[in-house]
Design a protein around this ligand. Structure first.
Ligand code: AMP
Length: 369
């Protein structure tokens, strides 16, 4: 069985690592010749819209998935005429545009922060009427890890914020004074089987994920049920196949959806050691219509991202129950180079291990737990 992966980053690499024990083979497509998947699988190096490269990529594939959501819609369409593509391209199209994404959430009955589209200066006044300040202006497309966002504290800030973001179509979104942030990872298989992991509590540094802890220390059973209800609606509406991650803001006992990723997700890396079935294996099971695996956590886990620099590996491995993953990427400020997962029998022990990891890891801005 040969599986094509659009994108050759660390997510693709970890998908391949999860598939090898099953005898699966992988081929990636990525414009970067040094993409991490290329170190362990066949990699076609070409832009996503290069039709002769797409012909080479798709040859002999049994199915295609993606680990990167900014793959052009036309590429997913071209491939889906030749081979099954999962998750469905419709999920990709919604996740690529913050306006379509929010409209999809609303269609599924999922609350979102108040927002308004801002495509030209003509929209400023109406957007400011609809969205309370302080707010964030976000580009509709191609924003990630806190990029493509500007703060709008006062009405006068909006024109400059829009110019700073390049005058492209944006959304103005109210800034939510959330209690904390969570994500729910879920899977739906081709025959409709569903699985949900426990909620993950996420902490960011400068808009980039820094720490994920699971099960989420502050999430109640009711919050878990609410998140599952919302994500089930999305999975069914999209006839989704694969792993889906949805990020939420928690305000009291309410959840507001921030964004979704139609793929395996950084806030699910803890599942490699911290759950019976990793998100990567789960995604493959869903795609191949195999029975989904148990999402039961193995105790309490946490993941810390290695951003920009990697400390000496020995200093991380000296920490009990620390599992180190390096992606084979060249260091660059803020870049995700690897992660460390710790696991313990209790939440307190887990947090003590996280503090030890944070003593040796330098993040762009300090994060404490
Ligand atoms: P995003 O790229 O939209 O996921 O934003 C990255 C991070 O910025 C989020 O995880 C939050 O920590 C923060 N953020 C984004 N949107 C909002 C919002 N409407 N209110 C408060 N914080 C936000």
């Amino acid at each position: 069985m040969l599986i094509g992966i659009l994108g050759g980053g660390q997510l693709g690499r970890m998908l391949a690592l999860a598939g090898y024990p099953f005898g699966l083979r992988f081929r990636g497509l990525d414009p970067a010749p040094d993409a991490p998947l290329g170190q362990l699988a066949d990699l076609v190096v070409a832009p996503y819209d290069d039709s002769s490269a797409l012909d080479r990529f798709v040859r002999d594939l049994d199915l295609v998935t993606y680990e990167f959501e900014n793959v052009p819609g036309a590429t997913a369409q071209f491939l889906s005429e030749r081979v099954p593509v999962f998750p469905p391209p419709e999920a990709l199209i919604h996740a690529q545009d913050r306006l379509f994404e929010k409209q999809l959430f609303e269609t599924c009955g999922i609350p979102v922060p108040r927002y308004a589209p801002v495509s030209s200066p003509d929209d400023f006044a109406r957007a400011l009427e609809q969205v309370p300040l302080p707010a964030l202006l976000k580009t509709r497309r191609l924003g990630y890890d806190g990029r493509g966002q500007a703060r709008v504290e006062r009405a006068e800030d909006l024109p400059l914020a829009w110019e700073q973001l390049g005058g492209v179509p944006c959304l103005l979104e109210e800034r939510i004074p959330f209690d904390f942030e969570v994500s729910l990872l879920a899977a739906r298989s081709r025959s409709g089987e569903l699985a949900f992991y426990p909620l993950v509590e996420n902490q960011h540094t400068e808009g980039i994920l820094a720490i994920s802890r699971a099960p989420a220390p502050r999430a109640s059973r009711q919050l878990q049920h609410l998140a599952e209800r919302y994500v089930r609606a999305l999975l069914e509406r999209l006839a989704y196949v694969g792993v889906l991650a949805v990020e939420f803001f928690v305000v009291g006992d309410q959840l507001l959806a921030n964004e979704m990723a139609p793929r395996v997700h950084n806030s699910g890396h803890w599942t490699i050691e911290g759950a019976e079935t990793s998100q990567f294996e789960q995604h493959l099971r869903a795609l191949l219509d195999w029975p989904l695996g148990s999402t039961t956590p193995r105790g309490h886990a946490a993941m810390v991202n290695l951003l920009g620099t990697v400390p000496p590996i020995a200093s991380l491995l000296a920490i009990p129950n620390a599992h180190v993953h390096l992606y084979g990427k060249a260091p660059r400020p803020r870049r995700k180079l690897g992660h460390v997962t710790v696991r313990a029998d209790t939440a307190d022990e887990r947090d003590a291990l996280v503090r030890r990891v944070l003593e040796v890891v330098s993040l762009p801005a300090p994060v404490s737990i």
